[in-house]
Design a protein. Structure first.
Length: 326
């Protein structure tokens, strides 16, 4: 049995689908609320669904778990309630870590590429106290993830008890099915697909940096199926521990992404640019690219999906279909 927090969310529901397809008993810890988020998990025969505020009571009487996959978080980079973000993203995560320690249960948890801030310190997944101290996240979400990474690093460095396997994953720009409930936080693929499908130009930010042309801003876009494959591999390799990047390892431009959506729909590529809003210009990132050497050195060998292939699979297999859910 495996507990997946945030299991009705974007990345969480994709790992839930994969685990259910493998015949695992899966318990989802999440809030479904009043929208269509429930559709992310509707196809799967789950063992149970538990609200976050009740999960530790549930765990007190639950059978032995094989692993906890902790994807649950306040993930919006625009949230400004620091107390709430800290309570959900740090305090809850710490309590879950302690439970996994006391019950000898493996823990895989979500960190974020947002911990790297403006990228001036690079994107090397150095989990040491010194390496983490150099990073400066730019928003409360990134800071909360970084805070928990540093808390874990301090405990491990001090020789305090840890789960039998623990892995933190710094997710970069993930795209794929089941992200529709995220609204403005959906991937650019999901947001721009309706424009291309309706024959309209894709709208992108202008560049306000001399080193990058309009549409030439670069991101590490990673297909959610690749993220799922990494997490399944980790569960099969309990000897692997530590903090790892999870991206494609290859930065691509927003213009490339727009062209990939058009190609997936067999439509001409049309792009229009508009000024980046003044409010976000100071913290706008022009380049992100995950260093993937550490995960490769740990033994993960499967290639990551090329942008054009991932976008085509997402568009044709989900976005363009009546049922978009995995």
């Amino acid at each position: 049995m495996i507990l997946v927090t945030g299991g009705a969310g974007f990345i969480g529901s994709n790992i839930v689908a994969a685990l259910c397809e493998r015949g695992e008993d899966v318990v989802v810890c999440d809030r479904l609320e009043s929208g269509d988020k429930w559709r992310n998990i509707a196809r799967h025969a789950l063992f149970d669904i538990v609200l976050p505020e009740r999960v530790f009571d549930w765990l007190a009487t639950a059978p032995q778990l094989d692993a906890v996959i902790h994807m649950g978080a306040i993930s919006a980079t625009t949230v400004t309630d620091g107390d709430l973000v800290f309570d959900v993203n740090v305090n809850f995560s710490t309590t879950l870590w302690d439970w996994c320690v006391s019950h000898s249960t493996p823990l895989v948890y979500a960190s974020s590429g947002a911990t790297y801030g403006d990228g001036s310190q690079g994107f090397d997944d150095d989990g040491s106290l010194e390496g983490l101290a150099r990073l400066r996240p730019l928003n409360a979400y990134g800071w909360s993830k970084h805070f928990f990474d540093r808390r874990v690093a301090r405990r491990v460095a001090a020789g305090q008890p840890a789960p039998p396997q623990w892995v933190g994953l710094k997710f970069f720009n993930v795209y794929g099915p089941n992200e529709y409930h995220k609204g403005s936080m959906q991937s650019v693929v999901a947001q721009k697909y309706p424009l291309v499908a309706n024959g309209q130009p894709v709208t992108l930010f202008q560049s306000h940096h001399p080193d990058y042309p309009d549409g030439g801003q670069l991101r590490d876009f990673v297909f959610v199926d690749d993220c799922v494959d990494v997490m399944l591999w980790l569960l099969e390799h309990p000897e692997v521990n530590g903090l790892f990047n999870l991206g494609s390892g290859k930065a691509r431009s927003f213009a490339d992404l727009a062209k990939a959506i058009a190609a997936a729909l067999d439509k001409p590529s049309q792009i229009e640019f508009f000024p980046t809003p003044e409010a976000i210009r100071p913290n706008y990132q022009y380049f992100t690219e995950a260093r993937m050497d550490k995960l490769r050195a740990a033994g993960y060998t499967k290639p990551f999906t090329e942008l054009e292939d991932g976008v085509r699979r997402y568009v044709q297999g989900y976005l363009a279909r009546p049922d978009r859910y995995r």
